[in-house]
Design a binder for this molecule. Sequence first.
Ligand SMILES: NC(=O)c1ccc[n+]([C@@H]2O[C@H](COP(=O)([O-])OP(=O)(O)OC[C@H]3O[C@@H](n4cnc5c(N)ncnc54)[C@H](O)[C@@H]3O)[C@@H](O)[C@H]2O)c1
Length: 334
Amino acid sequence: MGGRGISWGIVGFGWVARDYAAPGILAAGGRISAVSDPSPTARDTAASLGARPCSALPELLAQPGLDAIYVATPNHLHRQAVEAAAAASLPVLCEKPMAATLADAEAMASAVKRAGVLYGTAFDQRHHPAHGAMREAISAGMLGRVTAVRIAYCCWVDACWTADNWRADPARAGGGALMDLAPHGLDLIHFLTGEPLAEIAALTQVRVQDYSVDDGAVLIGRTADGVLAQMHVSYNCPEALPRRRLEVLGTRGQLVALDTMGQTPGGTLTFTDGATGEQRLLPVADPLASPFARQMAAFGRAVSGGDRSPFDIERDLGLMRLLDRAYRNAPPCR
Ligand SMILES: NC(=O)c1ccc[n+]([C@@H]2O[C@H](COP(=O)([O-])OP(=O)(O)OC[C@H]3O[C@@H](n4cnc5c(N)ncnc54)[C@H](O)[C@@H]3O)[C@@H](O)[C@H]2O)c1
């Protein structure tokens, strides 16, 4: 799978790091050498995996032999970890969204460029096997001229979702469902069509949950070459409802991925022929491969001198700028 032997330091060992990134690192042949987290429980879990548990970032960065840092703290703490990794000349893979504010993301980009280190935002869904198959089919011309992308990516996050739900705190999260969920879809639109979005606009709602960030949003957008995009994200959708759907339409057909957006492999990919209406399931290579394992392997290859193209700080900063503008123009309302 690649990335063999990469020694990782992990900053923030909560849900996504513990349940998805750490298994992904190990599946990609890497090692988790050190973990920093203020939570004793998180540190105990890290120690049980053989990692050195550290209560603070300087202790982690002093660990000899680290090849890369993965940052999975609440969003407002991304900046300090990325800046410290860059100052230590270490490549850094940072969870999405890049930061809680655009100012933080701009500062992170400056620090990374100044230090000349590799940076990636952890858009693991680029590495989902079904999304890879979609991209190949689209670039091979299966859909003809791509006209539109339509996405639903919803879940249930109430105020008590975790003991300390930082996602419901504007200062720590930087926003609600829009800031948390939309980056994945907007990045996928670029990945699938080969075109970055040139403009987006959003409407938000605070409709169901008892907190001050948005619990739902719709976004519309357009690439410079005219592909239209629409996306519905929410924290107020019961999990048993159909809630993860990714469609790409073109002049010759349509691809629909169901239940592929998320942290796990699986889901289905269906092609509908634009001339006959005939539908068929599209085969996906290595369908059970974890998107996180593939992401960690890809970052490991980039660290080891291989392909760096999946990771691009200018691309990710451009997305943050679009999100920030759309969000500021769409204040939450009841
Ligand atoms: N790619 C994905 O699919 C995905 C999924 C979930 C979360 N995320 C992102 O990952 C990040 C973490 O989300 P989560 O759901 O794992 O949150 P979480 O609350 O479960 O975990 C965050 C961890 O960071 C620790 N932490 C707090 N302050 C710290 C500090 N100063 N230094 C080190 N660690 C610190 C906490 O103790 C906790 O263990 C967020 O940016 C989130 O947006 C991405």
